[in-house]
Design a protein around this ligand. Sequence first.
Ligand SMILES: Cc1cc2nc3c(=O)[nH]c(=O)nc-3n(C[C@H](O)[C@H](O)[C@H](O)COP(=O)(O)OP(=O)(O)OC[C@H]3O[C@@H](n4cnc5c(N)ncnc54)[C@H](O)[C@@H]3O)c2cc1C
Length: 401
Amino acid sequence: MRITCVGGGPAGLYFAVLAKLADPGHQITVLERNPEGVTYGWGVVFWDDLLDDLFRYDPVSARRIWEAAYKWDEYEVRCTGKDVTHLPGYGYSLGRHRLLDILSERAAELGVDLRYQTESAGRPVLPPADLVVACDGAGSRLRDQAAEHFGAEVETGRNKYIWLGTPRVFRTFTFGFERTHAGWIWYHAYPFSRDASTFIVECTPETWTALQLDRLDAATGCARLQNIFAKHLAGQPLIDHRATSGGTGWMNFRRVTNRRWDHGVVALLGDAAHTTHFAIGSGTKLAMQDAMALSDALAAGEDLPVALERYEHRRRSALAPLQRAALASSTWFERMPSYADLPAKQFSYALSNRRGDYPLWRYVLHVTTQTAVTRAMLRGALATRRRHRARRRLSERGTYG
Ligand SMILES: Cc1cc2nc3c(=O)[nH]c(=O)nc-3n(C[C@H](O)[C@H](O)[C@H](O)COP(=O)(O)OP(=O)(O)OC[C@H]3O[C@@H](n4cnc5c(N)ncnc54)[C@H](O)[C@@H]3O)c2cc1C
């Protein structure tokens, strides 16, 4: 089969890897508009569920991702005028650059033809293919050329956000809230390597304008944010790599949905098909799980329309709960100022219960696990679970390299 993937993000590269593993006879080309090694964004987070899937589908790239990933414990909530509180949990993070390096290296090893600095202007000018995978991101040009057929809708979130990085290595995943003269502004930060953290800043449009963030260039804007978050950054700078590697500046989140995901030989994959708000950190996972589902559907050997329908059906049902969680999460952040006067423990509980469906015992657990001793006990229990899952993954797949 001749397969063209338009877009060399996690969706396109991982699909190319899996399709080639499923059938080395496929001729697979990935067209990526950026030069090799250039991408937007900083680190992304993920959890054991994605690692389990990755090990099941391609233990070789899974192992590289796992070994490169930064492991963190707990969430910390820091809010002006309140005690620091903690939420239980653990996870992993990895620089987007590093993830794409691992996936492109694996794709090249398997014989995928990777073409960088090749911007597709759309369907009519693509080389002939039996399957065209539109994995060109949330602003997919391929999708937009047939937007009516796909029933594409893009809803724009109210808040403003910017995806920055910093050499300040946060201890763990941290939500930080600061009150300014112009209203509340906050960040979602997590370490993703031994020398850098992601630092996503978010605020309402009113605060954004009042702080004049709408009219500052990258350097002056970073300086203003550094000033606001000085206590959290321990003297380290914020970095906006807009000028050097495709940073996007301030944005409103775009919630993309499509009524259908295929059009003849074209299939939507990853953010081109659906986006989920970054506050639940799942878009990369979902993009890679799309790739798993599409490669499974093709490998089943049915006609392409049947395979594409099977793929879409499987993914839509898997996505639904996460999309609800993402919507509830983004809505919570849009209303954040109305929770700001809650006492520290109630505030961080409200943040963790953004979907509003936790049972009462979660609140009791939250309140009783704010002391150093109870937190250490909980961390110990979760570390055991993490080790157990890691051991299980390794023993289920004894033979990867
Ligand atoms: C602020 C922020 C934080 C996030 N944090 C997380 C997180 O912690 N965890 C997580 O799982 N997800 C996170 N995400 C979501 C994640 O980044 C996306 O869901 C994921 O990148 C989707 O992968 P993709 O391959 O579908 O699209 P993309 O990663 O956007 O890749 C699309 C690729 O297509 C290329 N392209 C576009 N148009 C063309 C064209 N015409 N021709 C050729 N190439 C083209 C682009 O250059 C790009 O390389 C975050 C998103 C944001 C905005």
